[in-house]
Ligand binder design. Structure first.
Ligand code: PEP
Ligand code: MG
Length: 575
């Protein structure tokens, strides 16, 4: 039967392929009964998953001994090994399979609850809090059983037309799937500027989030049409619909090819204003795509992605190599490295989320200042890489000028340690700040006196100004880049920075959305940073824009307080 589901299209394009269901949240397991003659086999499956995780832990232990991982990690591993060996988990799960003929995942999950209840009764608060470790160990065993990530053998059978369908994906999950050739991403949860959506966009494949029950309604191997522009999926379409979409897919491909011709053309408006188009990246490997896009610099290197999907922290040498590679490949073009923006939805593996509102908690620069040793390692690595190109430091989530002062002191200290070690770096490295919290936008004069440049993070600026969680699909309809307060704030930041002659860029998703290109140009923006896949479409808009014509219309948009009027004026601007 053919049917349609509607969600939020977060990455444009059309994909046609077959569903591949994944369950990254390993605790969502299937419950079923197995025939009696398969009980031994099922127990063996459980045993080999335990053995695989034990082997993983032992390898990790070795990396601690060899000095490749943090020493504190050792205590954490010992605890996890203890949990893994607890008979309540493995032994009891084995007997449960034998007695009730339930599948191994189901048995293990029931035993996990049993163990969690026992923890609940412990008086010692520290031990009681170790419940999260029990869950993590069980997740590892479940993932080992499920062949995580994502039953890839099935996906690889269909290389080239697999569509990933998940209930939810963390940014770390998406990074893992980045290496596999999916042609589209679909999730039940998510919103336009969740990091998950942002990464999906960076892959330049159609993606739809907030599909609600897609993960339950779609069956493995279903034929799917994904229309990222409309935010719809058609499940098991008939031949006529398939033909129609194949035609549209061909047209989009043609348009993409045409845009490629703009790669080496300079981004200059019709009246002769030169615009810098920079790229956003997560890892050094993304540079290939940057080269293909014709970007003239890296406007945002989200360095925190070097810290995800691993059990240890990247050391100074590893980070230095990553930053140096990018600096060298960019041949003296700007490379803006944002210090790690960890916390909230981008947490370190093994860290326990305790904050009620993680987006308002110990995230980004706040975490860096709370973990000076970890921050120092990164600052030394960035500074050392600055010898190899035009490297700049960008500080995320600034809300208070004191955070800038403290960071500048830490940078100075890192520089001194490098001088002591006789290591070279750019003594005059530029330090900029992200303007993504309303308090920063409203304290701009003070911030500008302390910083060399600004970068507007519209994703968070919208989240924090409108008090709309950027990853919560239940409030996604309230996340509005055209809200009068947002329009006013962004235009105010750009105009103030231009008046003060402080370079300013936009590196949030608005910069890569061609619907907003002329609006931002009209505010006076001359530096845009976005995913390489979005760059040529934005350049195309710039080449067709004439600032003296745009500016009066943009002034009207800034003054318009009715949303409908704003939308109408924006349509006229983009005409
Ligand atoms: C932003 O907030 O706009 C931004 C660029 O940073 P991130 O999306 O990584 O939070
Ligand atoms: Mg941000």
């Amino acid at each position: 039967m053919s049917f349609i589901l509607q969600g939020i299209g977060v990455s444009e394009g059309i994909a046609i392929g077959h569903a591949h269901l994944v369950t990254p949240a390993a605790l969502e397991v299937m419950h079923y009964l197995i025939p009696k003659h398969q009980v031994d086999k099922e127990i063996a499956r459980l045993d080999s998953a335990f053995a695989a995780v034990r082997k993983e832990f032992e390898a990790l232990h070795k990396s601690v001994v060899d000095g490749h991982a943090r020493a504190e990690f050792s205590a954490f591993l010992d605890l996890h090994l203890m949990i893994l060996d607890d008979p309540t988990l493995s032994e009891a799960a084995r007997s449960m399979i034998a007695q009730t003929q339930c599948n191994a995942e189901w048995a293990l999950k029931q035993q996990m609850h049993e163990l969690l209840e026992q923890f609940e009764e412990i008086e010692d608060a520290y031990l009681r809090e170790r419940k999260a470790d029990v869950v993590q160990v069980v997740e590892r065993v479940l993932k080992a059983m499920l062949g995580h990530p994502g039953y890839l053998p099935i996906a690889s059978k269909r290389a080239g037309d697999s569509i990933l369908v998940a209930h939810d994906l963390s940014p770390a999950d998406v990074m893992q799937y980045k290496q596999h050739q999916f042609v589209a991403f679909l999730t039940d949860l998510g919103s336009q500027t969740s990091h998950t959506a942002i990464i999906a966009r960076s892959l330049n494949i159609p993606s739809i989030v907030a599909l609600r029950h897609a993960h339950q309604l779609i069956i493995e191997d279903d034929c799917l049409i994904v229309d990222g522009n409309q935010g719809i999926i058609i499940i098991n379409p008939d031949k006529y619909v398939l033909d129609e979409y194949r035609l549209r897919q061909g047209q989009l491909e043609l348009e993409r090819k045409k845009l490629k011709r703009l790669k080496s053309i300079a981004a200059v408006t019709l009246d002769g204003t030169a615009i810098d188009l920079y790229a956003n990246i997560e890892l050094p490997q993304d540079i290939e795509q940057v080269m293909e896009s014709g970007a003239t610099g890296i406007g945002l290197f989200r360095s925190e992605f070097l810290f995800l999907n691993r059990d240890d922290l990247p050391g100074e040498e590893e980070q230095f190599e990553a930053y140096r590679t990018v600096a060298v490949k960019m041949h003296k073009q700007p490379v803006v490295i944002r210090t790690f923006d960890l916390g909230a939805d981008k947490s370190l593996k093994g860290s326990i989320q305790v904050a009620t509102n993680p987006a308002l908690g110990l995230r980004a620069i706040r975490l860096s200042l709370a973990e000076p040793k970890m921050f120092h390692t990164q600052l030394r690595a960035i500074l050392r890489a600055s010898k190899y190109g035009d490297v700049r430091i960008l500080l995320p989530m600034l809300s208070h000028a004191a955070e800038i002062d403290q960071t500048l002191n830490l940078i100075e200290y890192a520089k001194q340690t490098l001088r002591d070690d006789k290591l070279h770096f750019d003594e005059h490295i530029n330090v900029g700040g992200m303007i993504e919290i309303p308090a920063a936008a409203l304290s701009l004069d003070l911030f500008m006196r302390k910083l060399d440049f600004l970068s507007i993070g519209t994703n968070d600026l919208i989240q924090y100004t409108l008090a709309v969680d950027r990853i919560d699909d239940a409030v996604a309809h309230l996340y509005d880049p055209l809200h009068p307060a947002i329009i006013w704030l962004i235009s105010h930041i750009i105009q103030s920075a231009n008046r003060a002659k402080v370079p300013v860029s936009v590196c949030g998703e608005m910069a890569g959305d061609k619907r907003f290109t002329r609006l931002l140009l009209g505010f006076g923006l001359q530096q845009f940073s976005m995913y390489p896949a979005q760059l040529l479409a934005v350049k195309n808009q710039i080449l067709k824009s004439h600032l003296p014509e745009i500016i009066p219309l943009v002034q009207k948009i800034i003054k318009a307080d009715q949303p409908e009027k704003m939308v109408a004026l924006l349509a006229k601007l983009n005409d």
